[in-house]
Every structure is written in C-alpha cells, then in structure tokens.
Ligand binder design. Structure first.
Ligand SMILES: NC(=O)c1ccc[n+]([C@@H]2O[C@H](COP(=O)([O-])OP(=O)(O)OC[C@H]3O[C@@H](n4cnc5c(N)ncnc54)[C@H](OP(=O)(O)O)[C@@H]3O)[C@@H](O)[C@H]2O)c1
Length: 276
C-alpha cells in the first residue's frame, strides 16, 4: 500500500489502542502518538508535533481532553495545517455527538486541505471498565449528575472498526458519521447491567451537578476539567443525543455491539471484581 506510517494519536487510550491493533493486524506500520511514547506527542506542546508526523501519510486524530475544551479550535487548526505541510493525506477525527463547540474544531480540521472523515461518537461502554467510571464500579457505588436522560452507549471496538475503514478506504472521505450503539440506556441502566453481569451489588445515585463539581474540585481535579465535566453532564446530556443512528451498520455492514455483551465479556475478565 505505502511505506509510510499511520500515526494513531491517543494510541494507548480506549479507541486509539484498538485502532492501532487493527491496523497492525493488517500489516500496516503504525506510530503511536501519546505523551508516554517515543517520540512523545503532547497536544499542549506544539514542539512535539513535527517528529510524530515524520514519514506519516494518515492520522487517527484523538484529541485530549475534548474538542469542546477552550483552545481546541486553534489547536486543531494549527495541528492539521502542520500535518498537511508534512505531506499527510488523510485525517480521521474522533469527535463527540451534540457538542456545538466541538463542531467548530471539526471545521478547523476540515479546512486544512487534507482528506478528512469525522467520527462523532456516543459515550463509550469502556468508560465503565477502562475510564473514569471504573473505580466507582469496582468500589460498588457510582454517583453522577444524570438521572433519566438516555444515551446510546457504544463499544470502542465499533468505533475502531469505523476509524480503520475511514483510514484505509477512500469511500469515507468527506463523511461525517454519528455513531451510536443499538440501545438507549440511562447511566443507572448501564450500572445495573454491569452489576448483574458481575454478580455484584453496585448502587447508582444521581447527584446535583453543583455537588458533583464541588466534590471533584475538593478531590483536586483541575478547574478546566471540572468545567468540561459540568458541560458534558448538563449541555450535552440534556436529551439531545437520545436517539439512535444507523451509521455503524452503514459503514460496517453489521449491527453495533450491545451493552449486555460488553458487560458479560468484561465481567469475565475480573476487572470489576473486588479482588482485581
Ligand atoms: N470517553 C467517551 O465516552 C467519549 C465519547 C465521545 C468522544 N470522546 C472523545 O474521545 C477522545 C479521547 O477520549 P478519552 O477521554 O476516552 O481518552 P482515551 O482515548 O481513553 O485516552 C487518552 C489517550 O490520550 C493520550 N493523552 C492524554 N493526554 C494527552 C495529551 N495532552 N497529549 C497527547 N496525548 C494525550 C493518552 O496517553 P498519554 O497519557 O501517554 O499521553 C491516551 O493515549 C476525546 O477527544 C473525547 O472527547 C470520548
């Protein structure tokens, strides 16, 4: 195909790790881009970008912490311009659904002149096992500032399959995909399904967003991250995303994974057991 590398940003994280593994299984040479890799890549340190982009012809762009964060539009504009200058042909961007601010960052990348695909994803299943909700699940109680709003949680495996298709197949250039799982669930529903699969008692409690933010602040979480969490749980989780799409099926020709399968398979790994 090409002797150039595919750069997978966030390549040690929930989606990036899966994207990199799928590419490597197909014999495609990959460079993982993260602060912990060599060369290291840091979104907050532009001096690290050029080395990561060397000898690369396509990039999976997984931003941190979120495209709706202050400064993300400018960062995306500067990063994608540098990528095009370095000869990169294709950029596949992971974004969120229903985030107006993130769409401005998407447009900055779209204007770069590279071939692009935008993947707007729902909340990941894996937030409960590899992300910020895992500790609560293991500890037996989850508190979040959300109650009855439903979300079509999605598997990072499905996101990675779509990202790989977009990186490798020309038919996805210029497309904006909105990816959802097959079912609308509340966070309480998700925790209950995990508890059943893990054969554990795990409580779920909805708390006022101000109390939740104060707790995070008290735990030493930086102000900008607290602001992001507040934004995600109020502006984005207000019901605007409580609908399903068929884009996973459209791209992959199969139904998205169901949360029950994820819960059963993850419970079998013991990551949610108290002794783990
Ligand atoms: N989680 C969700 O449900 C969800 C849903 C829709 C969209 N998204 C979007 O998906 C993206 C990633 O999501 P995530 O929070 O779940 O994280 P993640 O991809 O699981 O993990 C973070 C990855 O980014 C790297 N990283 C962290 N800080 C970095 C920095 N300053 N510069 C470069 N790399 C950095 C980490 O490696 P190092 O620590 O080694 O740097 C790791 O590889 C975000 O843009 C988010 O908005 C997430």
């Amino acid at each position: 195909m090409t002797d150039k590398l595919t750069l997978v940003l966030g390549g040690t994280g929930k989606t990036g790790r899966r994207v990199a593994a799928r590419l490597q299984e197909r014999g495609i040479a990959v460079r993982i881009g993260a602060r912990s890799t060599s060369p290291s890549f840091d979104w907050t340190d532009e001096a690290t970008w050029a080395a990561a982009l060397e000898n690369v012809d396509r990039v999976y762009v997984c931003f941190q912490p979120d495209l709706a964060s202050p400064g993300a539009v400018d960062t995306m504009r500067r990063f994608s311009a540098l990528a095009v200058h370095a000869g990169i042909k294709r950029l596949v961007l992971l974004s969120g659904r229903g985030e107006d601010e993130a769409e401005a960052a998407e447009r900055a990348l779209q204007a770069s002149g590279a071939d692009w695909t935008i993947i707007r994803a729902s909340w990941f299943f894996e937030n409960f096992s590899e992300g910020f909700l895992a500790d609560g699940i293991v500890g037996g109680s989850v508190y979040l500032p959300t109650d009855a709003v439903t979300e079509p949680f999605i598997s990072c495996d499905d996101i990675a399959d779509v990202a790989v298709a977009a990186l490798l197949d020309d038919g996805h250039v210029g497309k904006v995909y909105s990816l959802t799982g097959p079912r609308l669930m509340t966070f309480a529903d998700a925790v209950a399904e995990i508890a059943a699969a893990a054969n554990r008692r795990i409580s779920y409690q909805s708390v006022p967003v101000d109390d939740f933010a104060a707790q995070l602040k008290g735990d030493g979480v930086p102000d900008d991250y607290v602001a992001l969490i507040r934004y995600l749980f109020t502006s984005v989780l207000d019901g605007r995303n409580s609908h399903l799409t068929s884009d996973v099926e459209h791209v992959l020709g199969r139904r998205p994974r169901d949360f029950a399968d994820y819960a059963r398979e993850t419970a079998a790994t013991d990551v949610w057991s108290l002794a783990a």
